[in-house]
Design a protein around this ligand. Structure first.
Ligand code: UDP
Ligand code: MG
Length: 310
């Protein structure tokens, strides 16, 4: 018996959810009858009517399960909750806005059942329709993170992943509080097939990602998967010590041997500014890691359930 769990994180998706469900069912119906489904809708503290929309859908389809959080915990938390509560032999994660085409489901299923892959990942082939600055920084982010981490993170990878239970268990075994799913998925490894598709506009509602939210998400990804920035700040510190040492020698020689006392406070001010700037920068890097450690040490729950039909 095969069972597929489809996890859908929903945050203010009252408009897109019915459209999503309608489209999803079309493709789910193409599967053989022996394959069972479970739709796990995770309401991530929506402030609109998402929960009622889910409950309406529930009346027509008993395969729908829902988890409703007590507040907005973020997409990563919703994914984690979904993975934890899923019971399928195969699990996939889909956005509620139809940006992850359900038409790929069958192909993904075949890849893991017949082609011997453990998981199927998806990435966008282009960044068409995205603001220029966002694309620029996204590309920069992937270039940096791929240089400093030991495993490959695919540019434009989405959270639309189809996995076997073994992969799900591996991801769940990573219990960290600061969850960066794309990184966790790369981290666990396995035999992954990548499928690409064109960027699709969301059907209804609005994106929940502002530029700043994306930037802090990128920083999260970097601090969660590499400590290279710390090495970078150490090297910078060492470099500046060496430079100042050489400068001190030069000044001593100039003053004592050549009898030419160095004058001028502008140069001094510049040096102070630069040195203290670099100190603050390095402190900031350390602070990032410290704050993440702080949050991990507290061992707070990743999500809190208010209502569910599980
Ligand atoms: N989402 C969520 N919690 C959040 C933000 C987003 O569960 O705090 C869900 C959202 O409902 C959607 C998916 O995550 O199903 C992707 O969000 P969105 O479409 O806004 O992101 P984008 O596709 O623009 O990157
Ligand atoms: Mg979207």
């Amino acid at each position: 018996m095969n069972k597929i769990s489809i996890i859908v994180p929903c945050y203010n998706e009252e408009k897109s959810l019915p459209l999503f469900y309608e489209e999803l069912i079309k493709y789910v119906n193409q599967f053989a009858d022996s394959i069972k489904f479970e739709f796990l809708l995770v309401n991530d503290g929506s402030t609109d009517n998402t929960l009622n929309t889910i409950k309406d859908l529930l009346k027509t389809d008993e395969r729908i399960k829902y988890i409703s959080f007590s507040r907005n915990f973020g997409k990563e938390a919703a994914i984690y909750a979904g993975l934890e509560k899923s019971t399928g032999d195969f699990v996939t994660i889909m956005d509620a806005d139809l940006q992850d085409p359900p038409s790929l489901l069958l192909e993904m299923y075949h890849a893991v059942t017949e082609e011997n892959f453990d998981a199927v990942g998806t990435h966008r082939s282009t960044r068409k329709g995205e603001p220029f600055l966002r694309s620029f920084f996204a590309k920069l982010f992937y270039r940096i993170i791929n240089r400093v981490t030991k495993f490959e993170m695919v540019d434009g990878a989405r959270d639309y992943i189809f996995m076997k239970r073994t992969v799900v268990n591996a991801i769940l075994s990573l219990k960290e509080y600061n969850r960066y799913s794309k990184g966790l998925f790369s981290f666990v490894g396995f035999n992954v097939k990548w499928i690409e598709y064109e960027n699709i506009k969301r059907v209804a509602g609005q994106t929940k990602w502002s530029f700043w939210k994306l930037l802090s998400y990128a920083l999260e990804g970097i601090t969660a998967f590499t400590t290279t920035p710390l090495i970078f700040s150490s090297i910078l510190g060492l470099l500046f010590c060496m430079i100042s040492f050489i400068l001190i020698l030069i000044i001593i020689i100039k003053t004592l041997i050549l009898g030419d006392p160095t004058s001028g406070w502008p140069s001094l001010v510049c040096i102070i500014f630069m040195a203290s700037g670099i100190q603050l920068f390095s402190l900031g890097i350390i602070g990032q890691y410290l704050s993440k450690t702080y949050l991990e040490v507290k061992k707070r729950p990743i999500y809190i359930i208010q209502d569910t039909n599980l």
